[in-house]
Design a protein. Structure first.
Length: 171
């Protein structure tokens, strides 16, 4: 799984398909009554605006990176519900086959299959993190002046479960 992580896209009324389903699952996990149909229509826009207002964000119904960061919920093995469905939807979209019977199933249970998929993603992500080089001072007899040491970066965004927000774990 090489490549880079794409930032969440900006979506609004009129969009359909991915990631509208994920948005709808997350809004449901936050207590909004929605049908997950993949259509960003008036009901999804109203729920999005209500959520944005509740978080002190600009209430315009446009789902931007700030709204995504407030929406996403950290989940872990054993959790159940719409937040887990949102995670599963993201992996289902990324299976690339276009066949919902392939890849991770969207059942709302963070069980062994979801756990294995998330861990596989985390492992692939950790292999894909670039090495950062920084100047490190050493005594001249151990290394030449200005020598650089490689320091790996831990993938913080997926440190525990599928990280979604700063704060307590939610189910």
């Amino acid at each position: 799984m090489s490549g880079t992580l794409s930032p969440w896209p900006v979506i609004q009324i009129g969009h359909h398909g991915h990631p509208v389903e994920t948005l709808q699952f997350l809004l449901r996990a936050r207590g909004h009554q929605l049908t997950v149909d993949g259509v960003f229509g008036p009901l999804t826009a109203a729920a999005a605006k209500a959520f944005q207002t509740s978080k002190g964000l600009t209430s315009d119904g446009v789902i931007n990176p700030q709204t995504w960061m407030a929406l996403v919920i950290q989940v872990k093995r054993g959790d159940r519900g719409d937040a887990v469905r949102g995670v599963q939807q993201e992996f289902q979209f990324r299976n690339g086959s276009g066949d919902p019977s392939q890849g991770l199933q969207i059942d709302g249970a963070f069980g062994p299959q979801t756990d294995a998929t998330v861990r596989g993603f985390q492992h692939a992500l950790s292999l894909d993190i670039p090495v950062v080089r920084r100047r490190h001072r050493r005594p001249h007899h151990l290394a030449g002046a200005g020598q650089r040491d490689a320091v790996g970066i831990a993938p913080r965004i997926f440190h525990r479960g599928l990280n979604a927000e700063r704060g307590p774990t939610r189910g």
